[in-house]
Design a protein around this ligand. Structure first.
Ligand code: G3H
Ligand code: 13P
Ligand code: ZN
Length: 327
Protein backbone atom coordinates (compact mmCIF):
# COMPACT_ATOMS: atom_id res chain seq x y z
CA UNK A 1 0.00 0.00 0.00
CA UNK A 2 1.19 3.52 -0.72
CA UNK A 3 1.86 5.84 2.24
CA UNK A 4 -1.41 7.33 3.55
CA UNK A 5 -1.87 11.07 3.05
CA UNK A 6 -3.19 12.85 6.13
CA UNK A 7 -5.65 15.65 5.60
CA UNK A 8 -3.57 18.16 7.55
CA UNK A 9 -0.87 17.78 4.87
CA UNK A 10 -3.41 19.22 2.40
CA UNK A 11 -4.22 22.16 4.68
CA UNK A 12 -7.62 20.70 5.65
CA UNK A 13 -9.36 20.45 9.03
CA UNK A 14 -11.95 18.03 10.39
CA UNK A 15 -15.43 19.30 11.27
CA UNK A 16 -15.14 19.36 15.08
CA UNK A 17 -14.34 23.03 15.62
CA UNK A 18 -16.48 24.12 12.66
CA UNK A 19 -19.54 22.54 14.26
CA UNK A 20 -18.76 23.88 17.74
CA UNK A 21 -18.59 27.41 16.30
CA UNK A 22 -21.73 26.88 14.20
CA UNK A 23 -23.65 25.64 17.23
CA UNK A 24 -22.51 28.59 19.36
CA UNK A 25 -23.12 31.13 16.58
CA UNK A 26 -26.48 29.71 15.46
CA UNK A 27 -25.56 29.15 11.83
CA UNK A 28 -24.82 26.14 9.63
CA UNK A 29 -21.64 25.28 7.73
CA UNK A 30 -22.33 24.80 4.01
CA UNK A 31 -21.43 21.43 2.51
CA UNK A 32 -21.33 21.92 -1.25
CA UNK A 33 -20.93 18.89 -3.56
CA UNK A 34 -18.53 19.04 -6.48
CA UNK A 35 -17.27 16.80 -9.29
CA UNK A 36 -15.03 19.03 -11.37
CA UNK A 37 -12.55 21.91 -11.33
CA UNK A 38 -15.02 24.70 -12.06
CA UNK A 39 -17.37 23.67 -9.26
CA UNK A 40 -14.49 23.34 -6.81
CA UNK A 41 -13.06 26.74 -7.74
CA UNK A 42 -16.47 28.38 -7.42
CA UNK A 43 -17.26 26.82 -4.04
CA UNK A 44 -13.90 27.78 -2.57
CA UNK A 45 -13.89 31.30 -4.04
CA UNK A 46 -17.51 31.89 -3.02
CA UNK A 47 -16.65 30.91 0.54
CA UNK A 48 -13.39 32.89 0.55
CA UNK A 49 -15.24 35.98 -0.70
CA UNK A 50 -18.06 35.61 1.82
CA UNK A 51 -15.64 34.61 4.62
CA UNK A 52 -17.42 31.35 5.37
CA UNK A 53 -16.09 28.02 6.60
CA UNK A 54 -16.73 25.32 4.02
CA UNK A 55 -17.11 21.58 3.68
CA UNK A 56 -16.10 20.32 0.23
CA UNK A 57 -18.31 17.33 -0.32
CA UNK A 58 -17.69 14.41 -2.67
CA UNK A 59 -19.87 11.35 -3.22
CA UNK A 60 -18.35 7.98 -4.07
CA UNK A 61 -19.45 8.39 -7.69
CA UNK A 62 -18.08 11.94 -7.86
CA UNK A 63 -14.74 10.68 -6.58
CA UNK A 64 -14.72 8.01 -9.26
CA UNK A 65 -15.67 10.60 -11.90
CA UNK A 66 -12.84 12.96 -10.96
CA UNK A 67 -10.37 10.13 -10.21
CA UNK A 68 -9.30 9.75 -6.56
CA UNK A 69 -5.69 10.87 -7.12
CA UNK A 70 -6.71 13.80 -9.28
CA UNK A 71 -9.30 14.78 -6.71
CA UNK A 72 -6.80 14.89 -3.86
CA UNK A 73 -4.49 17.13 -5.84
CA UNK A 74 -7.39 19.34 -6.94
CA UNK A 75 -8.40 19.88 -3.33
CA UNK A 76 -4.80 20.58 -2.27
CA UNK A 77 -4.66 23.13 -5.09
CA UNK A 78 -7.95 24.70 -4.06
CA UNK A 79 -6.70 25.15 -0.49
CA UNK A 80 -3.49 26.71 -1.80
CA UNK A 81 -5.55 29.03 -4.02
CA UNK A 82 -7.61 30.15 -1.00
CA UNK A 83 -4.46 30.85 1.02
CA UNK A 84 -2.97 32.80 -1.90
CA UNK A 85 -6.09 34.98 -1.75
CA UNK A 86 -5.10 35.77 1.86
CA UNK A 87 -7.93 33.67 3.28
CA UNK A 88 -7.69 31.45 6.37
CA UNK A 89 -11.22 29.98 6.18
CA UNK A 90 -11.43 26.43 7.56
CA UNK A 91 -11.85 23.88 4.76
CA UNK A 92 -12.88 20.23 5.25
CA UNK A 93 -13.03 17.45 2.67
CA UNK A 94 -15.97 15.13 3.32
CA UNK A 95 -17.13 11.83 1.80
CA UNK A 96 -20.86 12.12 1.12
CA UNK A 97 -23.04 9.00 1.51
CA UNK A 98 -20.17 6.55 2.01
CA UNK A 99 -21.59 3.05 1.78
CA UNK A 100 -18.74 0.79 2.89
CA UNK A 101 -15.83 0.56 5.28
CA UNK A 102 -13.46 0.08 2.34
CA UNK A 103 -14.53 3.33 0.66
CA UNK A 104 -14.29 5.23 3.95
CA UNK A 105 -10.83 3.80 4.58
CA UNK A 106 -9.62 4.70 1.10
CA UNK A 107 -10.85 8.27 1.53
CA UNK A 108 -9.28 8.63 4.98
CA UNK A 109 -5.97 7.31 3.62
CA UNK A 110 -6.16 9.83 0.78
CA UNK A 111 -6.63 13.08 2.64
CA UNK A 112 -10.32 13.23 3.58
CA UNK A 113 -10.90 14.93 6.93
CA UNK A 114 -14.50 13.84 7.40
CA UNK A 115 -16.56 10.81 6.39
CA UNK A 116 -20.23 10.04 6.15
CA UNK A 117 -21.22 6.44 6.57
CA UNK A 118 -24.78 6.21 5.36
CA UNK A 119 -26.22 3.00 6.73
CA UNK A 120 -29.72 4.43 6.90
CA UNK A 121 -31.14 1.84 4.50
CA UNK A 122 -29.90 -1.03 6.71
CA UNK A 123 -31.49 -2.32 9.91
CA UNK A 124 -30.68 -0.30 13.05
CA UNK A 125 -28.16 -2.88 14.28
CA UNK A 126 -26.43 -3.22 10.92
CA UNK A 127 -26.27 0.58 10.63
CA UNK A 128 -24.68 0.73 14.11
CA UNK A 129 -22.16 -1.99 13.23
CA UNK A 130 -21.04 -0.42 9.94
CA UNK A 131 -20.89 3.09 11.35
CA UNK A 132 -18.98 1.97 14.46
CA UNK A 133 -16.36 0.25 12.30
CA UNK A 134 -15.76 3.47 10.35
CA UNK A 135 -15.71 5.59 13.52
CA UNK A 136 -12.96 3.41 15.03
CA UNK A 137 -10.72 3.74 11.97
CA UNK A 138 -11.51 7.45 11.54
CA UNK A 139 -11.08 8.55 15.15
CA UNK A 140 -7.65 6.91 15.38
CA UNK A 141 -6.69 9.35 12.63
CA UNK A 142 -8.60 12.37 13.98
CA UNK A 143 -11.13 12.22 11.15
CA UNK A 144 -14.73 13.09 12.03
CA UNK A 145 -17.71 10.88 11.10
CA UNK A 146 -21.32 11.63 10.19
CA UNK A 147 -23.95 8.91 10.52
CA UNK A 148 -27.56 8.83 9.33
CA UNK A 149 -30.80 7.68 10.92
CA UNK A 150 -34.06 7.84 9.03
CA UNK A 151 -34.55 7.62 5.27
CA UNK A 152 -34.88 10.59 2.92
CA UNK A 153 -37.28 10.39 0.02
CA UNK A 154 -36.23 11.14 -3.53
CA UNK A 155 -33.86 9.95 -6.17
CA UNK A 156 -30.34 11.29 -6.58
CA UNK A 157 -28.36 9.11 -8.94
CA UNK A 158 -26.89 6.44 -6.71
CA UNK A 159 -28.65 7.69 -3.59
CA UNK A 160 -32.16 6.55 -4.14
CA UNK A 161 -34.91 5.66 -1.74
CA UNK A 162 -38.35 4.79 -2.99
CA UNK A 163 -39.82 5.38 0.41
CA UNK A 164 -38.85 7.70 3.23
CA UNK A 165 -39.28 7.56 6.93
CA UNK A 166 -38.64 10.27 9.45
CA UNK A 167 -35.94 9.83 12.07
CA UNK A 168 -37.30 8.32 15.27
CA UNK A 169 -36.03 10.53 18.12
CA UNK A 170 -36.15 7.59 20.54
CA UNK A 171 -33.41 5.82 18.50
CA UNK A 172 -31.03 8.74 18.29
CA UNK A 173 -29.37 8.58 21.74
CA UNK A 174 -28.65 4.88 21.44
CA UNK A 175 -27.28 5.28 17.91
CA UNK A 176 -24.95 8.11 18.87
CA UNK A 177 -23.65 6.40 22.01
CA UNK A 178 -23.15 2.99 20.35
CA UNK A 179 -21.42 4.36 17.25
CA UNK A 180 -19.54 7.39 18.61
CA UNK A 181 -20.44 9.47 15.52
CA UNK A 182 -19.56 13.17 15.65
CA UNK A 183 -22.71 14.33 13.86
CA UNK A 184 -25.97 12.84 12.69
CA UNK A 185 -27.99 13.32 9.50
CA UNK A 186 -31.71 13.16 10.16
CA UNK A 187 -34.83 12.89 8.05
CA UNK A 188 -37.38 15.63 8.73
CA UNK A 189 -38.96 16.06 5.31
CA UNK A 190 -36.17 17.10 2.96
CA UNK A 191 -35.21 14.87 0.05
CA UNK A 192 -32.48 14.64 -2.56
CA UNK A 193 -32.64 16.04 -6.07
CA UNK A 194 -34.65 18.68 -7.92
CA UNK A 195 -38.14 17.19 -7.48
CA UNK A 196 -38.63 17.30 -3.73
CA UNK A 197 -42.35 17.85 -3.39
CA UNK A 198 -45.45 17.45 -5.50
CA UNK A 199 -47.24 20.79 -5.23
CA UNK A 200 -49.95 22.36 -7.36
CA UNK A 201 -49.33 25.89 -8.74
CA UNK A 202 -49.70 28.48 -5.96
CA UNK A 203 -49.43 25.87 -3.19
CA UNK A 204 -46.74 26.13 -0.49
CA UNK A 205 -44.27 23.26 -0.01
CA UNK A 206 -45.09 21.16 3.08
CA UNK A 207 -43.32 22.36 6.24
CA UNK A 208 -40.31 20.45 7.61
CA UNK A 209 -40.87 18.43 10.79
CA UNK A 210 -39.31 20.86 13.26
CA UNK A 211 -41.07 18.96 16.05
CA UNK A 212 -38.79 15.96 15.39
CA UNK A 213 -35.72 18.18 15.27
CA UNK A 214 -36.68 19.85 18.57
CA UNK A 215 -37.22 16.50 20.26
CA UNK A 216 -33.76 15.38 19.14
CA UNK A 217 -32.25 18.67 20.36
CA UNK A 218 -33.79 18.09 23.77
CA UNK A 219 -32.49 14.53 23.96
CA UNK A 220 -28.96 15.48 22.85
CA UNK A 221 -28.38 19.14 23.71
CA UNK A 222 -25.56 20.73 21.72
CA UNK A 223 -25.15 17.73 19.41
CA UNK A 224 -24.49 18.61 15.72
CA UNK A 225 -27.29 17.67 13.35
CA UNK A 226 -26.97 17.50 9.54
CA UNK A 227 -29.60 18.27 6.93
CA UNK A 228 -29.34 16.50 3.58
CA UNK A 229 -31.45 17.33 0.55
CA UNK A 230 -31.32 21.02 1.45
CA UNK A 231 -31.36 22.68 -1.97
CA UNK A 232 -34.01 25.30 -2.58
CA UNK A 233 -34.18 24.28 -6.27
CA UNK A 234 -33.83 27.99 -7.01
CA UNK A 235 -36.78 28.93 -9.27
CA UNK A 236 -34.84 31.44 -11.41
CA UNK A 237 -32.49 28.67 -12.56
CA UNK A 238 -35.32 26.23 -13.25
CA UNK A 239 -37.05 28.96 -15.32
CA UNK A 240 -33.86 29.63 -17.30
CA UNK A 241 -33.33 25.93 -17.94
CA UNK A 242 -36.90 25.57 -19.22
CA UNK A 243 -36.60 28.75 -21.29
CA UNK A 244 -33.40 27.62 -23.01
CA UNK A 245 -34.43 24.18 -24.15
CA UNK A 246 -34.46 22.22 -20.90
CA UNK A 247 -37.33 20.28 -19.41
CA UNK A 248 -37.66 20.49 -15.64
CA UNK A 249 -41.26 21.61 -15.28
CA UNK A 250 -42.09 20.10 -11.91
CA UNK A 251 -38.83 20.89 -10.14
CA UNK A 252 -39.55 22.12 -6.59
CA UNK A 253 -37.28 22.56 -3.56
CA UNK A 254 -37.19 23.60 0.08
CA UNK A 255 -38.39 26.92 1.38
CA UNK A 256 -35.39 29.14 2.16
CA UNK A 257 -37.16 30.49 5.21
CA UNK A 258 -37.40 26.97 6.64
CA UNK A 259 -33.74 26.33 5.87
CA UNK A 260 -32.77 29.55 7.69
CA UNK A 261 -34.75 28.39 10.69
CA UNK A 262 -32.96 25.03 10.60
CA UNK A 263 -29.56 26.72 10.30
CA UNK A 264 -30.20 28.67 13.50
CA UNK A 265 -30.97 25.44 15.39
CA UNK A 266 -28.80 22.39 16.16
CA UNK A 267 -28.43 21.88 12.40
CA UNK A 268 -24.70 22.61 11.90
CA UNK A 269 -24.23 21.30 8.34
CA UNK A 270 -26.49 21.88 5.35
CA UNK A 271 -25.90 19.84 2.18
CA UNK A 272 -26.32 21.50 -1.20
CA UNK A 273 -25.73 19.77 -4.50
CA UNK A 274 -28.74 20.27 -6.78
CA UNK A 275 -28.72 24.10 -6.59
CA UNK A 276 -25.11 24.19 -7.79
CA UNK A 277 -25.96 21.85 -10.66
CA UNK A 278 -28.93 24.02 -11.63
CA UNK A 279 -26.95 27.28 -11.52
CA UNK A 280 -24.28 25.97 -13.88
CA UNK A 281 -26.74 24.24 -16.21
CA UNK A 282 -28.91 27.37 -16.50
CA UNK A 283 -25.98 29.52 -17.62
CA UNK A 284 -24.55 26.90 -19.97
CA UNK A 285 -27.97 26.42 -21.62
CA UNK A 286 -28.43 30.19 -21.99
CA UNK A 287 -25.03 30.70 -23.60
CA UNK A 288 -25.22 27.74 -25.95
CA UNK A 289 -28.73 28.77 -27.02
CA UNK A 290 -27.81 32.42 -27.59
CA UNK A 291 -24.45 31.69 -29.21
CA UNK A 292 -24.93 28.45 -31.12
CA UNK A 293 -21.53 28.77 -32.80
CA UNK A 294 -19.63 28.89 -29.50
CA UNK A 295 -17.40 25.88 -28.95
CA UNK A 296 -14.73 27.07 -26.51
CA UNK A 297 -15.60 25.42 -23.15
CA UNK A 298 -14.12 28.39 -21.27
CA UNK A 299 -16.79 30.62 -22.79
CA UNK A 300 -19.62 28.69 -21.13
CA UNK A 301 -17.91 27.01 -18.18
CA UNK A 302 -16.33 30.33 -17.11
CA UNK A 303 -19.66 32.22 -16.81
CA UNK A 304 -21.23 29.11 -15.21
CA UNK A 305 -18.45 29.17 -12.61
CA UNK A 306 -19.04 32.91 -12.00
CA UNK A 307 -22.73 32.24 -11.43
CA UNK A 308 -21.91 29.48 -8.96
CA UNK A 309 -19.64 31.86 -7.03
CA UNK A 310 -22.56 34.29 -6.79
CA UNK A 311 -24.94 31.54 -5.67
CA UNK A 312 -22.56 30.29 -2.97
CA UNK A 313 -22.06 33.80 -1.57
CA UNK A 314 -25.78 34.49 -1.54
CA UNK A 315 -26.58 31.20 0.20
CA UNK A 316 -23.89 31.72 2.82
CA UNK A 317 -25.25 35.19 3.53
CA UNK A 318 -28.99 34.65 3.35
CA UNK A 319 -29.64 30.97 4.13
CA UNK A 320 -26.77 29.38 6.05
CA UNK A 321 -25.77 32.47 8.04
CA UNK A 322 -22.16 31.31 7.66
CA UNK A 323 -20.90 34.44 5.86
CA UNK A 324 -18.51 36.53 7.92
CA UNK A 325 -17.88 33.73 10.43
CA UNK A 326 -14.30 33.09 9.24
CA UNK A 327 -11.51 35.20 7.78
O1 G3H B 1 -26.81 13.15 -2.01
C1 G3H B 1 -26.18 12.87 -3.03
C2 G3H B 1 -25.41 13.89 -3.74
O2 G3H B 1 -26.26 14.85 -4.31
C3 G3H B 1 -24.41 13.32 -4.68
O3 G3H B 1 -24.96 12.72 -5.79
O4 G3H B 1 -23.97 10.48 -6.33
O5 G3H B 1 -24.79 12.03 -8.12
O6 G3H B 1 -22.70 12.52 -6.89
P1 G3H B 1 -24.07 11.88 -6.85
P1 13P C 1 -29.82 18.38 -2.72
O1 13P C 1 -30.14 17.40 -3.79
O2 13P C 1 -31.05 18.96 -2.10
O3 13P C 1 -28.85 19.43 -3.15
O4 13P C 1 -29.10 17.56 -1.53
C1 13P C 1 -27.73 17.24 -1.61
C2 13P C 1 -27.31 16.30 -0.54
O5 13P C 1 -27.98 16.00 0.42
C3 13P C 1 -25.97 15.72 -0.69
O6 13P C 1 -25.69 14.77 0.29
ZN1 ZN D 1 -27.36 13.61 0.90
Amino acid sequence: MTTPVKYSELGLVNTKEMFASAMAGKYAVPAYNFNNMEQLQAIVLGCVQSKSPVILQVSGSARKYANPIMLRHMVAGAVEMARAEGSTIPIALHLDHGDSFELAQSCIDNGFSSIMLDGSHHSFDKNVELTRQVVEYAHERDVTVEGELGVLAGVEDEVSHETSHYTRPEEVEEFVSRTGVDSLAISIGTSHGAYKFKVKPGEEVPPLRFDILEEIEQLLPGYPIVLHGASAVIPKYVEMINKFGGKMEDAVGNSEEQLRRAAASAVCKINIDSDGRLAMTAIIREILTQKPSEFDPRKYLGPARDELIRMVKEKNELVLGSAGRAK
